[in-house]
Design a protein around this ligand. Sequence first.
Ligand SMILES: [Zn+2]
Length: 134
Amino acid sequence: MNQKPLPEVKTFSAPYWSAAREGRFVIQRCKACGAYNFYPRPFCPQCFGLELDWLEASGEGEVLTYSVVYQAPYPSYAPDVPYILAVIKLKEGPQMMANVLNCPKEAIKVGLKVHVCFEERQGAFKVPQFTPIG
Ligand SMILES: [Zn+2]
């Protein structure tokens, strides 16, 4: 079982993690200005609006930049090295840092099309990550 650290769930991010547990990828959208936002926040970073909806996102994006990680930050990451840490530009606009799974380090490149997938942690949590399309 994957023993990687678990995210810290806050009141305002609980809907994100609940959806992920169900295999759904959601992001916030501001009711006042319509901006899509990531990561989960208690307010809109564009207009400081306090009313945010949770919308089912496409789960599609592309690699904006990446790094190949050779040094495991925790012992639980040791089986994964080298692994890919990337900034994903979501189809809806926001950027998100995540791992690109199921992708050899030779295949990662800027502009690579990716789709969300879910990494189970400690048998209880699912963390949105990405995997190459096709
Ligand atoms: Zn807003």
